[in-house]
Design a protein around this ligand. Structure first.
Ligand code: PGA
Ligand code: ZN
Length: 424
């Protein structure tokens, strides 16, 4: 039970230099919390509405002054001096105030910033580290460090589209803890950078999430070079280090065809291509292997790769409880990519997480391509019992703030690491 004294927001910049929000919440007890929120580029169509100013003279229309004004005006007025039983009650007040199904009026960015700032203030009031507070709220009493899936190569909307698929990620499967996971990934990342320089004359430049983006001829080559980099780093692909892939297929799906090359292929052929990758490379997780509107073919994809790789829904599910229920009914996936700003409040994202876990799915807690240096995501992944965490490459401080937080919590709390993909 916490009484809000004030809330406030400011416009700050994300890792692409685009405006986003930081919000602060002060409770009547004097405890405070702040939170900064991220923003996507390869966004799902069903995501909650990110409110942008639309003024072409300022940040190309991407300003967030209106969203900030909503926090400092209408939202502050509605929350000040109000007593809330818990996060759910707080978030319901915000949703009712907004009054739209996708938070379009006040902006999901305004609402989420306040929702998160409140949770930080409540954690401070409870005298708990943020991850422990999130764990208590989730009823999670077996805390662990999620296994990171770490970006190696980038394509798609995060790297100028030189290859249509978005990410090839490293899964340090043999790592016993976060410390080992990061040092193994570092070795693979710089082995890959060496190959990229030698073979593709690629100077070490980074895509939005820090991945390397040499001019691969196609997705197959991207995966093959990833395997080569694992070997060059002295690890055994498929044993020490596995791969994950974010196909992000919604973003090269047009007119019923998948444009992996100049000739589009239909959904059935796309399922075969993805299944072929899983067979040929040590891939343990496939995110958005099909497009978000191609619901009908997801069950076939799942049937083909289940047991070998997770069928992970990002754009498909948009962290939306209704869409997760639909995927469950259709048997379309077995893993949730959880991005809190896709749905716009902490408690709705918690519902999504609960539904997925109750169904026996894996949950990958994910950052966005436009991030801030805030590290709440690491605490959320631990507290909510995420099996995996995906925050980008092992480079750039908006990514490393999350990895560093995981390192610190691991060292301080002595938590074990999720066993996936090795045992289960
Ligand atoms: P986004 O990309 O943040 O640009 O949506 C991340 C992802 O697709 O997983
Ligand atoms: Zn994705």
């Amino acid at each position: 039970m916490s009484r809000v004294s004030t809330v406030r927001a400011w416009e700050i910049l994300d890792s692409r230099g685009r405006p986003t929000l930081m919000a602060g919440c002060q409770l009547a007890s004097g405890r405070t919390g702040t939170a900064s929120i991220p923003s996507g580029a390869s966004s799902g169509k069903a995501e909650a509405h990110e409110l942008r100013d639309g003024d072409p003279q300022r940040y190309g229309g991407l300003g967030c002054r209106q969203a900030v004004a909503h926090v400092n005006g209408e939202i502050a007025q509605a929350l000040s001096n109000q007593l809330f039983a818990d996060q759910d009650a707080f978030d319901i007040t915000l949703r009712m105030l907004d009054g739209t199904p996708n938070k379009a009026r006040l902006g999901a960015n305004a609402i989420l910033a306040v929702s998160l700032a409140y949770s930080r203030a409540c954690a401070a009031e409870a005298g708990l580290p943020l991850y422990a507070y999130y764990a208590r709220e989730m009823g999670n009493d077996s805390l662990q460090i999620p296994r990171p899936t770490i970006n190696l190569f980038s394509g798609g909307l995060h790297a100028g589209g030189q290859v249509p698929i978005q990410d090839v990620l490293v899964v340090p499967a043999a790592a016993a803890n976060m410390d080992e996971a990061l040092s193994m990934t570092y070795a693979v990342y710089y082995a890959a950078a060496g190959i990229a320089e030698e073979r593709y004359r690629y100077r070490l430049l980074r895509a939005d999430e820090g991945g390397l983006a040499p001019a691969f001829a196609n997705a197959d080559e991207m995966l093959a070079v990833a395997v080569e980099a694992i070997k060059a780093a002295g690890y055994r692909p498929g044993e020490d280090v596995m791969l994950a892939v974010d196909v992000a297929a919604s973003h090269f799906y047009r007119d019923g065809g998948y444009w992996l090359s100049d000739t589009p292929i239909d959904s059935k052929a796309m399922v075969d291509v993805v299944a072929g990758w899983v067979e040929k490379y040590p891939i343990v997780s496939v995110e958005d292997g099909l497009a978000e509107e191609d619901w009908d073919h997801w069950p076939a994809l799942k049937a083909k790769i289940v047991g070998n790789a997770l069928v992970l829904g990002d754009d498909l599910l948009c962290t939306n409880p209704d869409r997760i229920e639909k995927a469950l009914a259709m048997d379309a996936a077995d893993a949730l990519l959880l991005k809190v700003n896709q749905i716009g409040t902490l408690s709705e994202a918690a519902d999504a997480c609960r539904i997925a876990k109750q169904a026996g799915w894996k949950v990958t807690v994910s950052a966005r391509s436009g991030e801030t240096e805030d590290d709440w995501l690491a605490d959320l992944a631990i507290g909510w019992g995420g099996h995996q965490i995906k925050v980008g490459a092992i480079t750039q401080s908006e990514r490393l703030s999350k990895y560093n937080r995981l390192l610190i919590v691991e060292a301080q709390a002595g938590l074990p690491m999720e066993s996936w993909p090795n045992v289960d």
